[in-house]
Design a protein around this ligand. Structure first.
Ligand code: FAD
Length: 449
C-alpha cells in the first residue's frame, strides 16, 4: 500500500526532507504557512554546518544536488569559504539558491502547499492520524498522514500530539531576533585590505583548530579575495559607532559574499533582545525598529568602513529571523558536551560541526568551538519526540539542550536533519514498521551512505 509523508514547515529542514522523500517516489506533501518556501535559507547568509573547521564536507545528499544546480550558474556560485574565525561557510547567491530549490521541487513532483498553516492534529495514543490545514482564504482541509516530519522550527505539530518542549533558556529569555539584508557595489579588495592592515577590527582566529594568529588569518582572508568576515564591536570602527549611538549595540557586523558579479554581500547586524519569540505579535511588532537598524548599519558602513563607500542596499529579508523558540523533549537529548567534545553515536543519522553559538543582548555572544575533528553526530533519538510513533522533528526544534541547539540550529545541520528524517521514515516503510522508534538503525545508516 502506498504511504504518504507530510512535512510541516518549508525552511531549511523541511525543504531537504521534502526533496529527499519525493526523490524516492513516495507521496510527499510540503505544507508552509508563509507564501514561499526557503525562509532564512534564501536570505544570503552562509550555510553553516556544511564544512568543518578543517574544511571537511559534513552534509551531502540533497545539499549536493542543490549545489550542483547552483554551480551551473557559474558566475553566481561562490562555494565554501573559510572565515578564518571559526570555520567554513557555504556562500551562495540566495536568488540562485531559490531557483535551484524550485528546480528540485519540480523535478521530483513534490506537492507544495504555501499560505497553508497546520492548525490542528488528530492523534491517539502517540499516533498522528491527520492534520487540519488552514489556507489564507480561510478554507480548512484535512490531510491524512502515515508519517509527518515536523519542520516548523518549534515542534508545533509534535506539541499538538502531546510532546513536551523546552523554550529558550526556560525562563522566557530567547536569542535576539534580527533582520538580514544585502548591499551591492562593495569594493571587495578595499574591504579586505582594510582588515589585512587592521586585523583587530575583525573577529579572527577564534577557533584553536585553525592554528593561526589574527594577523595571519587576516592575510589569508585577504588572499582569498572574498569578504567573509565579521567587523567586531571590540574594534574601534564599530566600537566607536556603538558608543556614539550611530550604531546600536551588536556583537559584530557579519559580512558574507553573495554575488561576485554584483559585488554584493549579506549583512547580519540587526538585533532586538528581550522578545518572547513564542509570541508572534511581539515579534511582528519589532519590524519597524529592525528596519531602522538596517538603515543605521547601511549608513555606518557607507560612512566609515573602507570598501563600502559606494555600496547601497540591494535586498531586505522578507521576514524577521527568529533564532530560537522551542525544542522538543525527545528519545535522546543532544547535549552541549556532545557537541563540544565531537561525540560520535552508533545510531547517528546526521552530523553537525558549527560551534555553540548563542547570541545574547547587546554585544554578547557565546561561541565555543567543536574540539577534535570538529564534527559531532546527531543520533536518531534527537529527532523522535518522546512517546510519539509516526512524527519526527527536523531542524532547530530537535531534542537538544540550549547549548547543543546553539550549534545544531544552523542551516547545513538543519538540511542534514531534514533528509535524515525522510530516510528514517523510508526505512520504516521498507521494514514494514509504523513506529519510527522500531527502525533498524544499521539499515538507515546503510541508506545514508
Ligand atoms: C538572524 C539569523 C541569523 C542566522 N545566521 C545563520 C547563518 O549565518 N548560517 C546558518 O547556517 N544559520 C543561521 N541561522 C540559523 C538558521 O537560519 C535557522 O536556525 C534555520 O534556518 C532553521 O531552519 P528550520 O528549517 O529548522 O526552521 P525554519 O527555517 O524556521 O522553518 C520553519 C518553517 O515552518 C513554517 N511553519 C511554522 N509553523 C507552521 C505551521 N503551523 N504550519 C506550516 N508551516 C509552519 C515557518 O513559516 C517556516 O518557514 C540564523 C538565524 C537567524 C534568525
Amino acid at each position: 500500500m502506498s504511504k504518504r509523508i507530510v512535512i510541516a514547515g518549508g525552511g531549511a529542514a523541511g525543504i531537504a526532507a521534502a526533496i529527499y522523500a519525493s526523490s524516492k517516489n513516495i507521496e510527499t506533501i510540503l505544507i508552509e504557512s508563509d507564501g514561499f518556501v526557503g525562509g532564512e535559507l534564501c536570505t544570503g547568509m552562509p550555510i553553516l554546518g556544511t564544512y568543518s573547521a578543517f574544511g571537511k564536507q559534513c552534509v551531502g545528499g540533497v545539499l549536493d544536488e542543490i549545489i550542483q544546480i547552483c554551480q551551473e550558474n557559474k558566475q553566481q556560485y561562490i562555494g565554501p569559504v573559510c572565515d578564518w574565525r571559526t570555520l567554513y561557510g557555504l556562500c551562495l547567491n540566495p536568488e540562485v539558491l531559490r531557483l535551484a530549490i524550485n528546480t528540485l521541487l519540480i523535478k521530483y513532483k513534490t506537492k507544495v502547499l504555501v499560505n497553508a498553516r497546520v492548525m490542528e492534529a488528530a492523534s491517539q495514543a502517540g499516533r498522528l492520524q491527520s492534520v487540519t490545514v488552514l489556507s489564507k482564504n480561510g478554507t480548512k482541509q484535512k490531510v491524512d498522514c502515515d508519517f509527518l516530519i515536523d519542520a516548523t522550527g518549534s515542534g508545533l505539530i509534535a506539541q499538538m500530539c502531546g510532546a513536551k518542549v523546552f523554550s529558550g533558556d526556560e525562563h522566557n529569555v530567547f536569542q535576539p531576533i534580527s533582520l538580514i539584508f544585502r548591499m551591492a557595489g562593495v569594493n571587495f579588495e578595499e574591504a579586505l585590505r582594510f582588515i589585512r592592515d587592521n586585523p583587530e577590527e575583525a573577529l579572527l582566529a577564534e577557533n584553536p583548530i585553525l592554528g593561526t594568529s589574527q594577523a595571519k588569518a587576516a592575510i589569508a582572508l585577504y588572499n582569498k579575495g572574498l569578504p567573509y568576515y565579521a567587523l567586531a564591536s571590540s574594534g574601534s570602527l564599530l566600537g566607536n559607532a556603538i558608543e556614539s549611538k550611530e550604531m546600536f549595540p551588536c556583537t559584530a557586523v557579519f559580512i558574507t559574499p553573495t554575488s561576485i558579479n554584483n559585488k554584493e554581500v549579506c549583512l547580519n547586524s540587526t538585533r532586538i533582545a528581550g522578545i518572547n519569540c513564542l509570541d508572534e505579535t511581539q515579534v511582528a511588532n519589532s519590524l519597524t525598529e529592525l528596519y531602522e537598524q538596517v538603515g543605521k548599519t547601511e549608513r555606518f558602513l557607507q560612512n566609515h568602513v573602507p570598501g563600502f563607500e559606494n555600496a547601497c542596499l540591494s535586498a531586505i529579508a522578507s521576514r524577521i529571523g527568529i533564532r530560537e523558540t522551542s525544542r522538543i523533549a525527545g528519545e535522546y537529548t543532544l547535549t552541549q558536551s556532545d557537541v563540544v567534545d565531537a561525540v560520535k553515536h552508533k545510531d547517528a543519522v546526521a552530523r553537525g560541526c558549527h560551534h555553540v553559538d548563542i547570541h545574547g543582548a547587546g554585544v554578547e555572544q557565546v561561541r565555543i568551538p567543536v574540539k577534535g575533528d570538529g564534527v559531532y553526530d546527531i543520533p536518531i533519538g534527537s529527532l523522535i519526540p518522546k512517546g510519539i510513533k509516526n512524527v519526527l522533528v527536523a531542524g532547530r526544534c530537535l531534542s537538544s539542550d540550549r547549548g547543543a541547539n546553539g550549534s545544531a540550529r544552523v542551516m547545513g545541520t538543519c538540511i542534514d536533519m531534514g533528509q535524515a528524517a525522510s530516510k528514517i521514515i523510508l526505512a520504516a516503510i521498507s521494514q514494514n514498521l509504523s513506529d519510527t522508534r522500531d527502525v533498524n538503525m544499521e539499515k538507515v545508516n546503510r541508506d545514508c551512505e
